[in-house]
Design a protein around this ligand. Structure first.
Ligand SMILES: Nc1ncnc2c1ncn2[C@@H]1O[C@H](COP(=O)(O)OP(=O)(O)OP(=O)(O)O)[C@@H](O)[C@H]1O
Ligand SMILES: [Mg+2]
Length: 316
């Protein structure tokens, strides 16, 4: 089994902590000696650099997308956190926020080769094809949400859209499956759930059934609940796990939860990357638990002593 080097963090809804979580996870892993690259893939709404205290990014993804530089590696900037390189997001000018297919492929092709132990993509809100394609391309898929009803609704929609987009690409030449997937999205459909589609195929075409089932079984998702204040909030993970199981035949793994933590807001207001200054705060402890899970999935040993990056000159 290959390890997972590339991870995406999505969740559908805006403002639920995708960027805070991406940054916090990156910092926690860097503090464990791993070499991390964070990418702000929120095209058009980039702000990861602000959370890292970088006011004026010297390079952004726009430079790569518009071919001012050839290699993605060349736009990684150093940050104040040892072990973390950052690729800043593109602004919504010059069309960089809506890369054409070829531009996106060029970007995706270089992600895995970046010089790091782990690469994290902070995705934008919503379920646009750009967002879903980044998510689906990553071996590690993390969905972040809160216990607010709107976030629960959006994260389920996000997971469903990602799965259906993935399946439509896998079966792009199979009109029968494409039609079934399309119909399953509509209210008047006879077949609603992925289970319905599988049952329908099992009786009709065993080969297609087996292929569809295998692809769905390999579509792994990891869940993180953010801004947890009560025990009930924590249970949001089980709610999403259950609906994903019942309607999508997915079995997402619960990675953990992050407490609602005033230290986060303080850090954001001071433009200090969380959790560099507050490693024992409740959210920081949650991040440490999740970081260990990520290392297990990534198959990067937490015992290795990956050299910490020098404070200067690491990525030039
Ligand atoms: N665990 C937490 N405890 C307290 N506040 C939090 C926590 N997580 C996030 N926040 C607050 O929520 C705000 C929004 O978080 P963040 O920018 O990470 O959301 P996002 O999902 O990336 O939003 P967008 O989709 O707009 O990029 C943060 O500025 C912070 O104030
Ligand atoms: Mg964000």
């Amino acid at each position: 089994m290959n390890g997972k080097k590339l991870w995406s963090i999505g969740g559908g809804k805006g403002g639920i902590g995708k960027s805070i979580f991406t940054l916090g996870l990156g910092i926690t892993l860097a503090q464990m000696g791993k070499k991390i690259i964070l990418i702000d893939a929120d095209l058009g709404g980039a702000n990861l650099h602000t959370l890292m205290g970088v006011r004026y990014p010297p390079f952004t993804l726009e430079d790569f997308i518009l071919k001012r530089v050839d290699r993605l590696e060349d736009i990684v900037i150093e940050t104040q956190v040892e072990g973390i390189g950052l690729i800043c997001g593109a602004d919504d000018i010059m069309g960089a926020a809506n890369p054409k297919f070829a531009q996106k492929i060029r970007l995706l092709n270089q992600l895995e080769d970046l010089p790091a132990d782990l690469v994290f993509l902070d995705l934008g809100a919503g379920t646009s094809f750009n967002v879903l394609d980044f998510f689906n391309y990553s071996a590690g898929k993390i969905a972040v949400f809160t216990n607010q009803s709107t976030s629960l609704q959006n994260v389920y929609g996000f997971i469903k859209s990602a799965l259906f987009r993935f399946l439509s690409r896998e079966f792009s030449r199979d009109d029968e499956i494409l039609l079934l997937l399309q119909q399953a999205g509509s209210r008047l459909a006879k077949l609603h759930s992925v289970e319905d589609i599988l049952n329908h195929l099992q009786n009709k075409n065993v080969e297609k059934y087996a292929r569809l089932k295998q692809i769905i079984d390999h579509f792994e998702i990891f869940l993180v609940v953010n801004m947890v204040k009560t025990e009930l909030d924590r249970k949001a993970a089980q709610v999403i796990q259950k609906v994903s199981q019942d309607f999508l035949n997915l079995h997402p793994q619960i990675f953990g939860t992050l407490a609602y933590d005033p230290e986060v807001e303080k850090a954001v207001n001071q433009m200090l990357p969380f959790p560099t200054r507050s490693q024992n705060s409740p959210a920081a402890l949650g991040l440490q638990h999740i970081a260990v899970q990520v290392l297990k999935e990534a198959k990067v040993s937490d015992l290795t002593t990956a050299p910490r990056l020098a404070a200067t000159g690491a990525w030039g």
